[in-house]
Design a protein around this ligand. Structure first.
Ligand SMILES: Cc1cc2nc3c(=O)[nH]c(=O)nc-3n(C[C@H](O)[C@H](O)[C@H](O)COP(=O)(O)OP(=O)(O)OC[C@H]3O[C@@H](n4cnc5c(N)ncnc54)[C@H](O)[C@@H]3O)c2cc1C
Ligand SMILES: NC(=O)c1ccc[n+]([C@@H]2O[C@H](COP(=O)([O-])OP(=O)(O)OC[C@H]3O[C@@H](n4cnc5c(N)ncnc54)[C@H](OP(=O)(O)O)[C@@H]3O)[C@@H](O)[C@H]2O)c1
Length: 385
């Protein structure tokens, strides 16, 4: 690999650096069903280093409104203090910064059930809690306020606190090369948001990054999560990169890095998203990289621009002969994005291409992709989530 792994920093998950966001703009255009944003995080005087392929850990917080909606339902005033080992702290601040409030916990719903008086409501909630699937569905779209609106119940503070879960950091694949943007980390964040039970909800971290933090305030706790394996190849090696949706992030970093260093290896990018008009992330930047000859080949799959779905793996298939030749000539294959469906289907397409263009049996093709390419030669690298 061409990059040296990132050296450990004094800043880590347990001791994040308070960085500032200096830019935050929409990548999704008008008419998009998504809210995907470019976020620039300035690392200030932290001395934090990273390499393309690393991720940024972000410790999120709730929107103050989420807490302000909740406190009256708990029968608690905004001035309530919470005893902590370090001394009393305002409950409102502790809830905003410390606990997941955008989705209700099962233990809280069960505690509400216990407190309900006998009657129709208790029976109704009891049936939901007793049915695993119904219980999952119930909590999927609700936060604490939603539950208390439907099933009013009171809790002493000491009873409520153990029923909520502590905030944990979220990871985002870094979308920049430090050689192109010294002292900055760029992210490509798809903001999770949905409107349920009369109120808008956000994913805790994507909502915080996208809409919950003012620009230029040193207040965003971050740390680098160094990648173990998703490093760039030697400068003269070819790269094939498959990154639909937010999966594009590390490949913007890889290409920026290759442009900055003048690396000679060829680069082939597969990108896909819903609609070309509204979801072509970084279109102008990639056009410039093509013009400069850094992006050797660029294949696009916009899934919703026609009646039938076209995905990145369809483009790989259409280009199967050339794809196979690149692999045979030593190209490294990288994939980033959705693990549940996309990465599995792309994996199957790799095996199919090995059969169709390598003349391998199904078993030999599987062995080639999963063992030779992935494990022995370490030329199949994944950053999927
Ligand atoms: C290594 C790695 C790299 C990653 N890189 C990126 C990246 O570059 N860009 C990126 O955007 N993400 C990336 N992610 C994902 C990211 O870490 C978060 O998981 C993502 O932003 C969602 O987190 P959140 O805190 O905003 O949402 P959470 O608060 O965790 O909420 C998400 C939950 O909302 C629920 N939900 C979603 N839609 C609805 C709905 N309509 N109704 C009800 N509930 C719903 C889902 O069940 C989901 O569990 C990466 C993850 C990993 C592990
Ligand atoms: N594991 C996770 O929880 C997870 C992972 C990734 C993204 N997400 C969430 O999804 C939202 C948007 O994510 P995103 O912008 O990164 O990408 P995305 O919406 O998941 O997808 C980008 C593109 O991939 C296509 N696609 C869907 N299924 C595919 C498959 N099996 N093979 C190949 N391509 C496929 C989509 O097409 P169609 O939509 O038209 O089918 C779309 O064109 C965010 O809210 C994000 O948090 C969740």
């Amino acid at each position: 690999m061409s990059t040296t792994p990132t050296a450990p920093s004094v800043y880590n998950r347990a001791n994040p650096f308070k960085a500032r966001i200096t830019a935050n703009y929409a990548l999704s255009g008008e008419g998009s069903t998504k809210d995907t944003r470019h976020i620039v995080v300035n690392l200030g005087d932290s001395g934090i280093n990273y390499v393309p392929g690393d991720s940024l850990g972000v410790v999120p917080r709730n929107f103050p409104q989420t807490v302000d909606d909740l406190l009256p339902h708990l029968g608690l005033g905004p001035d309530t203090m919470l005893d902590q080992p370090t001394g009393p702290v305002p409950l409102r601040d502790a809830l905003i910064h410390g606990f997941i409030l955008n989705r209700v916990s099962k233990k809280f719903v069960k505690a509400v059930l216990e407190r309900l008086p006998e009657g129709e409501k208790k029976k109704q909630l009891g049936e939901i809690v007793a049915n695993e699937e119904a219980f999952e569905d119930y909590i999927f779209t609700r936060d604490y306020t939603d539950v208390l609106v439907e099933y009013p119940a009171t809790f002493a503070l000491g009873e409520f606190m153990p029923l909520i879960n502590k905030i944990a950091p979220r990871l985002y694949s870094i979308a920049s090369s430090p050689k192109a943007h010294p002292g900055e980390v760029h992210l490509t964040v798809a903001v999770v948001n949905y409107h349920t039970h009369g109120r808008v909800k956000y994913g805790i971290a994507s909502g915080y990054l996208g809409h919950g933090q003012q620009l230029n305030v040193d207040d965003v706790p971050v740390y680098i999560q160094p990648t173990k394996h998703f490093h760039m190849p030697p400068p003269d090696a070819a790269m094939i990169m498959v990154g639909p949706g937010t999966g594009i992030a590390p490949f913007r970093a890889f290409l920026e890095d290759r442009m900055a260093t003048g690396a000679t290896g060829k680069n082939w990018l597969f990108f896909g998203d819903q609609k070309r008009a509204s979801d072509f992330l970084y279109e102008a930047e990639f056009a410039e990289m093509q013009r400069k000859g850094v992006l050797t080949k660029f294949d696009l799959a916009f899934s919703r621009d026609q009646a039938e779905k076209i995905y990145v793996q369809n483009r790989m298939h259409e280009n199967g002969a050339e794809f196979w030749k690149w692999l045979q000539d030593g190209a490294y294959f990288y994939i980033c994005g959705d693990a549940k469906r996309m990465a599995k289907d792309v994996h199957q397409m790799l095996i199919q291409i090995a059969q169709e263009h390598g003349g391998l049996t199904p078993e030999a093709a599987k062995e080639y992709i999963e063992v030779t390419l992935a494990k022995t030669q370490k030329r199949y690298l994944k950053d999927v989530y």
